[in-house]
Every structure is written in structure tokens, then in C-alpha cells.
Design a protein around this ligand. Structure first.
Ligand code: NAG
Ligand code: NAG
Ligand code: NAG
Length: 236
């Protein structure tokens, strides 16, 4: 990581906040076939002021980004159109203990559902990577209800998704990244980056701007497997 990289990153770290963690939306991409991503979870506070994505990894656990933590978070399962939300489920938020807003690293959080999910056609879990350091397929997909434009509020009512290719050597430790003019945006934080049918990343933040292009950072899930398993085992 070069000094320039480090400074650039520092300058943009303030953007690591809920719902505004990203500078551009699922720009381009496509509207998902309704309920075709049944692990996808819509997250907001009870006043619906800030929104994030997440994904169901067990009947009682949703994975998302630590910077999505606010008071009174609710998770909504089996959502396609956010104008028709089911009842939200209350959660206990368990952010990674090393996460700090100013730095945005270890940007991972588990949400323990106070009421277990009932799995059905539109609500399913997705399996995590199996081993630490597992090779990640390059062809990936991100999804969310976030902004569709670079610079103004344009959340999507329905779930959208986009294909992305992993970029080599652009990420700080324990993150993976993609770059270009499409990808996650404000409101997409916490959603999965799925590579080869497995969630390998969690949308965290991006750097750059419209003229220079964007690099999007994702928390590398496989690095955190011990923490994930310990946390989930501790609350069976
Ligand atoms: C599946 O579960 C979701 C969330 O609890 C619910 O909104 C939906 O109606 C259920 N679908 C079926 C087919 O039961
Ligand atoms: C992603 O790529 C697959 C395989 O090429 C294609 O079928 C799918 O439509 C693409 N999805 C998007 C959102 O462009
Ligand atoms: C985009 O980045 C370039 C290079 O860092 C900078 O000069 C420019 O002011 C930025 N533009 C916006 C709109 O932030």
C-alpha cells in the first residue's frame, strides 16, 4: 500500500457512515427478479431514516457492515419492494470490537434476531466461505436498494444487482475490491458481494469520484471466520 493510497483513503474515510458510506449507487446493473435473492435482507432503524443491506446466514443471524449500526435496528426478510415491507424483526447488534468509524476497517457486524426467521420460498439462508484464505472467484455480483445515481438521492424501491469483477491489489488488508463506474452506492452498505454463489465480501466504502473512477471496498468475510463462528456459537 503506497503512501498516496493511504492518504487518499484517509481523506475519504469520513464517508464510512450508515446509508452514506458509498458515493455511487447500484448504477447500471439490473432490477433483480423478485425474490430471486432470498437471503437478501433490508435493514433500517425503526424510523426508517437510514438503510443498509445484509444477508441471512442462519435462522437467527444476519451479516452486515459494522458502520450500519444505529439504535433500534430492524431487519426485514423476504423483501423485494421496500414500499411493502413485512414486520421488522428486532435484533441485538454485535459489531466487530475493533471497528472504528474513522478507519472503517473490520467493518463487519452480526445481527442476532430476537425472533428466529421462518424459512420459506422467499426467505433462505446463504452459506459462508468454508476456510480462511479460500481462493475467491473473480466474477462477482453485488446487490441492494441503494442509490442509482452518483450524486443525488435515488434509492431503488426494488432490489437491484450488478456483475462486478474483482480487482487485484487495490485493497487494504482483509478487504477485497472492485473498480469502475458501476457498483454499490449509498444505501447498499452491508450487502453481500457474491462470488461463485458464496458471499465473500460485505459492502464497506468507496474512494474516488465520478471523474477519476471509483474503487469499492468490501470486508473480506473469510478472514473473519473465527470471529463469526465464535460469535454465533456463543449465542445458540
Ligand atoms: C415468507 O416469509 C416472509 C417473511 O416472514 C413473509 O413476508 C412471506 O409472506 C412468507 N412467504 C410465504 C410464501 O409464506
Ligand atoms: C451477470 O452475468 C450473468 C452471466 O453472464 C448474466 O446472466 C446476468 O444477466 C448478468 N447480470 C447482470 C445484472 O448484468
Ligand atoms: C475528483 O477527484 C479529483 C482528483 O482527486 C479532484 O481533483 C476533483 O476535485 C474531484 N471531483 C469531485 C467532484 O469531487
Amino acid at each position: 500500500m503506497s503512501i498516496f493510497w493511504f492518504i487518499t483513503t484517509l481523506l475519504l474515510l469520513h464517508s464510512c457512515t450508515p446509508g452514506v458510506g458509498m458515493d455511487h449507487g447500484i448504477v447500471n446493473g439490473k432490477v433483480s427478479i423478485p425474490h430471486s435473492r432470498p437471503y437478501m435482507v433490508y435493514i433500517s432503524d425503526k424510523h426508517r431514516r437510514a438503510a443498509c443491506g445484509g444477508f441471512l446466514i442462519r435462522e437467527d443471524f444476519v451479516m452486515t457492515a459494522a458502520h450500519c449500526k444505529t439504535n433500534n435496528l430492524r431487519v426485514y426478510l423476504g423483501v423485494d419492494d421496500t414500499n411493502r415491507l413485512p414486520h421488522g424483526i428486532e435484533v441485538d447488534a454485535i459489531p466487530h470490537s475493533h471497528f472504528v468509524y474513522e478507519q472503517c476497517h473490520d467493518d463487519i457486524m452480526l445481527l442476532k434476531l430476537k425472533t428466529r426467521a421462518t424459512l420459506n420460498e422467499t426467505v433462505k439462508t446463504i452459506g459462508l466461505p468454508k476456510t480462511r484464505g479460500e481462493v475467491i472467484p473473480k466474477n462477482c455480483m453485488a446487490m441492494g436498494w441503494g442509490w442509482q445515481k452518483y450524486t443525488h438521492t435515488s434509492t431503488s424501491r426494488v432490489l437491484k444487482e450488478v456483475n462486478l469483477t474483482l480487482t487485484k491489489n487495490c485493497a487494504p488488508p482483509h478487504t477485497i475490491c472492485t473498480e469502475g463506474g458501476t457498483g454499490p452506492s449509498k444505501g447498499d452498505s452491508g450487502g453481500p458481494l457474491i462470488c461463485g454463489n458464496v458471499p465473500h465480501g460485505i459492502v464497506s466504502y468507496n474512494i474516488g469520484n465520478k471523474s477519476t473512477g471509483y474503487i469499492t471496498m468490501y470486508t473480506k468475510i473469510s478472514h473473519y471466520l473465527p470471529w463469526i463462528h465464535d460469535t454465533m456459537r456463543g449465542s445458540l
